[in-house]
Structure formats: structure tokens, C-alpha cells
Design a binder for this molecule. Structure first.
Ligand code: BG6
Length: 463
């Protein structure tokens, strides 16, 4: 079933680029195959001189994984591509003429996005226009603030969707259910009982031909400043009154405002590294610096770690270690909450070796609780055990989920403007110290576990 009636126009600026092909169109395809798919008219625009057939093929390929639902077939049949300079008001006016309640998606580098927004100031935007921006949102606090000011001259804040597809991952929203729909975890999630929290997203994927974007971003901006800080916010926020966008985003904004570098010294609270040549999954990978399109002099990190403090009554004194790396031998995507040791053990019990841990994995979506019980054989000896549960997959892939929010005018899963600025404020002491060379750029072979100097605690995780 579709929401027939007035089709909303999805206008993609930067339609011939990588982001459109990798994430946006497949996400749209999934959304169109789902129940209650929105009625959409798709228009692609970009600098490349593509003809309609080439664009239609791109859309068809991207939708292919989701069958041939009627709404998707209709979008493919009706879509068009326009060659345009999206930083020119005349071109944008042309693209928007006749568009109904358009969703303008900026699939562009930050500098071009800012220029396109400036050009839009001279265009009369149709009623109900929404603006969708991908990361990186600006390049630092002040450019994010400037972009925010510009955007709110175009449309109200609730119509600006700063997309973070991690917010569409069902596991991440499951965190809210896990924490606030159960009596047994929440009373323990505070500094009295928690020793530390690690949020890790290590991928075995390497650069995948994305040098044009990644070499200017690096692991800190690509993953920590965006996705992992959102996970941190969901893990640490107080219970929102409801999942109303204002209540929910107020709650995440509160904890992010309280978040800062642990101890204030980037030399001890951050680490950066990049991979050298190595073997991964039976394949020989070149070092990052040798990848086509990479400028080794830029010193871009492919693995970043950062230790943070969430300075609230609940969390003061608990280190949060965030890490993300590419070309790491073992992919590991999880948040691990390590609990403090019990205050004392009855004399006579033996074998207690491991702290209790709650582990939430992001793909496969799983929950595991590690703790100690009296094991088989000698009942005086404790053994570590793990209770596990699967989170069911969501109806939609993450990108489909965030796009649904855009089409339904629901900003719940979008990053609010003030939060986007806070996320830069949190990482800026580190980026400044890295730029000044205060923190060395370490190396690790592709396929290894990353640099030995890691700031993370060793873990018994095997997932
Ligand atoms: C993207 C990053 O936002 O997230 C990529 O740019 C990363 O570098 C990806 O690989 C990870 O998310 P997912 O959902 O593909 O595992």
C-alpha cells in the first residue's frame, strides 16, 4: 500500500556521486518496498553530463535488492536527471519548479553544500520543503554553527534533517527499550556500579575506493564525531518523557553538552593510527598511504580512539572509550559496559576472574550479559557464563528508516542543530592536538588487531 495522492519530490543534489549510489538509493528502494511507502517523484541533479538512461540504470541497480514493488517501478519509470550547477540559484529554481513538498537531499561535500544553501536563499522554496544533509555537517564547531544559521534562514529547524544512519539502526533504538523498559538494568547504569564503557566500531573493510571523501575526514570525523557520539548519548541520557522528537532530542543533547575529553589532555586521552600493508581475509591489502587518491602527507588516520567523560551526577568518574578503525582483522561492533567488582566475596568461593559485562552488538544485533556463576563440578568454584538474546532486525535498513522520518516530517531520528555543534566541540581539542603533531600517528598492519598502544581495556569478547 502506498500513500497515494500528492507525491513528494525527492531532489538529490550530487546524484551521480558515491553517497547516492551506496546508501541513499538503496535506502529509498527498501522504503519503497515497505508497507505504507511514501509516494515519491525522484529527480537527480549533478555536474556530470549523464543522460536519463544512465541515471535510470543507476536507480534500477540500487533498487534491485528489494524486488520490484509497484511504488519502486513507478519511481523508476518517472525519474529524471538534470545536469545542473547546484551552487547557482537559477539552476536550483529550475530544478524546484513544479516540485511538490520537496525533500532536497544534499549528497555533496560540505563546502559545496554550504554554497548550494547560500544559493537557495535567492530561490522561493515551495511550501513544506525539507532539507537533508549527510555528514560531515560542517568541518568544525564554527562552520557547523554558520551552516545552522544559514539553514534556519531557509526552513524551520524541524524541517532540517541531519542524517545519521546509526540512529536508524534498530539496535541503537533498542538501547532505549533495553534501558527504560526494564527494571533490572537501569538502576545499575551509573558511576556507582559501572567501571567503564567501551564503544567500538572496528571494521574489516578498508578504504573501498572512497579516498576522495575519506582522506579529508579520517576515522575521528567519519565515525566518532558522528555515529559513536550518538550511541554514547543513547547509552548515557536520562529517560526521555516520550519518543516525541523534542523530548527525545532534548535528552540526548543534555548528555552531549556534559561530555568532554577525559582529563582534558589529548596526549593521554586520544590515539590515532593508520594501516600499513597487510593481509586481510586472504587478500593482500596495500597500506592506506599507497591507496589511489590518498595524499600521505595529509596524515589521515584510519583508526581513532578517544576517552571521554560524561560529566553528570550519574556518570561522573566513568571513562567512556570510543574507538573505530578500518582494515582491522576482527570486525567488532559493540558497546561494552563493564561493571565494578563486587564489594567483597564470601571467603571460600574461588575462581572469580572476570568483571560482569553487558555487551550490545551492532550487527549482528545481539545482547550479551557476561557474569559469574557456580559452575559445573566443584560448586565452590565460579565460572564465567554468558546470557544472550538477539534483537530482531528492523523492518527497514537504517537508511530506509531515516528516510522514512524525512518523508513523514518526523525529525526524531535526525541530529538537531545544537547537537551537531556539540559533537564538533567534543572532538575539537583532539583534532587541534593532532594537527599540531602533539599525538603521534601510529601504524598497524592491515588485518591486525590495531596498534598495541590501544587505550581500550582488554576484553573477553568473542563476537
Ligand atoms: C559510514 C562511514 O557512515 O558508516 C563508513 O562513512 C562506515 O566509513 C559505515 O563503513 C559503517 O556503517 P554500516 O552501517 O555500513 O556498518
Amino acid at each position: 500500500m502506498t500513500n497515494e495522492g500528492s507525491a513528494q519530490t525527492l531532489l538529490i543534489l550530487g546524484a551521480s556521486g558515491d553517497l547516492t549510489a551506496r546508501l541513499l538509493l538503496p535506502g529509498l528502494g527498501a522504503l519503497l518496498a515497505a508497507r505504507n511507502a511514501p509516494a515519491v517523484t525522484l529527480v537527480g541533479a549533478g555536474m556530470d553530463d549523464w543522460d536519463e538512461a544512465r541515471w535510470r540504470q543507476r536507480v534500477t541497480d540500487a533498487f534491485a535488492g528489494h524486488g520490484t514493488a509497484a511504488p519502486a517501478a513507478r519511481v523508476i519509470a518517472q525519474t529524471r536527471y538534470a545536469r545542473a550547477d547546484v551552487t547557482r540559484a537559477d539552476d536550483l529554481r529550475q530544478l524546484l519548479s513544479g516540485a511538490d513538498r520537496p525533500v532536497i537531499f544534499f549528497a555533496l561535500p560540505p563546502a559545496v553544500t554550504a554554497k548550494a544553501c547560500e544559493a537557495l536563499l535567492d530561490v522561493r522554496l515551495p511550501e513544506g520543503t525539507r532539507l537533508v544533509l549527510e555528514k560531515p555537517f560542517g568541518t568544525g564547531t564554527s562552520s557547523a554553527a554558520a551552516l545552522n544559521r544559514l539553514l534556519t534562514r531557509l526552513v524551520p529547524e524541524d524541517r532540517v534533517h541531519r542524517v545519521d544512519h546509526f540512529l536508524g539502526k534498530s539496535t541503537v533504538l533498542n538501547l532505549v527499550g533495553l534501558r527504560f523498559a526494564n527494571r533490572i538494568f537501569e538502576p545499575l547504569l551509573n558511576a556507582e556500579h559501572v567501571e567503564s564503557v567501551d564503544i567500538v566500531f572496528d571494521e574489516s573493510l578498508a578504504l573501498e575506493g572512497r579516498a576522495g571523501y575519506y582522506d579529508r575526514a579520517g576515522a575521528l570525523a567519519d565515525m566518532i564525531q558522528s555515529h559513536l557520539l550518538q550511541i554514547l548519548a543513547l547509552l548515557t541520557m536520562e529517560s526521555p518523557l516520550s519518543l516525541d522528537p523534542q523530548e527525545f532530542r532534548d535528552a540526548t543533547a543534555d548528555v552531549l553538552r556534559a561530555t568532554r575529553l577525559w582529563g582534558g589532555d589529548p596526549k593521554t586521552a586520544s590515539l590515532r593510527a593508520r594501516y600499513t600493508a597487510g593481509e586481510l581475509g586472504g587478500l593482500q591489502l596495500p597500506g592506506y598511504a599507497q591507496e589511489p587518491g590518498v595524499d600521505p602527507a595529509r596524515g589521515t588516520e584510519t583508526l581513532a580512539e578517544m576517552v571521554l567523560a560524561v560529566d553528570t551526577w550519574r556518570w561522573a568518574g566513568v571513562p567512556f572509550r570510543l574507538r573505530s578503525g578500518k582494515a582491522v582483522g576482527r570486525s567488532r561492533k559493540e558497546a561494552v559496559i563493564t561493571f565494578k567488582e563486587p564489594p567483597r566475596m564470601p571467603a571460600g568461593l574461588h575462581g572469580h576472574g572476570e568483571a560482569d559485562r553487558l555487551r550490545i552488538s551492532f550487527g549482528p544485533d545481539r545482547l550479551a550479559l557476561d557474569f559469574n556463576i557456580n559452575g559445573p563440578a566443584d560448586p565452590f568454584v565460579l565460572d564465567p557464563v554468558t546470557l544472550e538474546a538477539e534483537f530482531g532486525p528492523g523492518d527497514l535498513p537504517p537508511y530506509g528508516e531515516v528516510l522514512r522520518g524525512v518523508f513523514e516530517d518526523d525529525p526524531l531520528l535526525s541530529v538537531r542543530g545544537d547537537t551537531a555543534e556539540q559533537c564538533w566541540r567534543i572532538v575539537e581539542p583532539v583534532t587541534a592536538a593532532w594537527r599540531d603533531g602533539q599525538v603521534p600517528l601510529l601504524e598497524y598492519p592491515a588485518g591486525s588487531a590495531g596498534p598495541a598502544e590501544s587505550l581500550l581495556s582488554p576484553t573477553r569478547t568473542d563476537g
